[in-house]
Each structure stands twice: as C-alpha cells, then as structure tokens.
Write a protein that binds this ligand. Structure first.
Ligand SMILES: [Zn+2]
Ligand SMILES: [Zn+2]
Length: 99
C-alpha cells in the first residue's frame, strides 16, 4: 500500500505565523497537490486586496508533499504502521482508504 503525506492532499491548509505580530498567523490554502506558490490563497489583507502576498511563498516552501512512490525518504516499519511521514513527521494517508 502506498502512502502520502497529508500535505500532498487537495485543500491542504498551511499555517504561516505573522512576521510582525507574534500571536497571529494566516491560513494559506493549497487547492491542489501540484499547485505552485502563485496558486495558493491566503486570508490576509494583502492577498485579499492585491491577490498576492509573501505568505504564499512561505507556505509553499514549508510544503512537504512526500509520497512513498516518489521518496526518496523511506518509512520505517513503525512509520508505515502508524501512518507517519518520514520527511515532516505529520500524518500520511494510505492509498487504500480512497478505494
Ligand atoms: Zn498572506
Ligand atoms: Zn510530510
């Protein structure tokens, strides 16, 4: 069974902390797993008014998008069993769950 990181799923949400206000942050949405930084949408005012902001690139840089097919990281037996991504240690989704 193949597994992939939750960040390789459609509509993945990335939280980007604000650079100026420590208790704030913005949610950046990644509509599709093959989207580029420009395709991401952010909830901040800069994005709402101008259609782009630096959070898009920041969120894009933090995307893991690991899949067991592409690797190169390999899951240990434990990680495979517990559905843990070997790159970012977030959850993974098993392919079989979609059948
Ligand atoms: Zn933004
Ligand atoms: Zn990952």
């Amino acid at each position: 069974m193949t597994q992939r990181c939750v960040s390789a799923e459609p509509w993945f949400e990335v939280f980007v902390p604000s650079a100026t206000e420590t208790d704030k942050g913005y949610r950046v949405l990644v509509p599709w797993p093959d989207d580029q930084a420009d395709d991401l949408t952010c909830e901040c005012m800069s994005f709402v008014h101008r259609g782009h902001c630096h959070h898009q690139q920041e969120a894009f840089n933090s995307l893991c998008r690991w899949t067991s097919v592409d690797g190169p990281e390999e899951q240990t037996k434990e990680q495979r069993h517990h559905h843990i991504c070997p790159r970012c240690e977030d959850e993974t989704i098993g392919e079989a769950e979609f059948e």
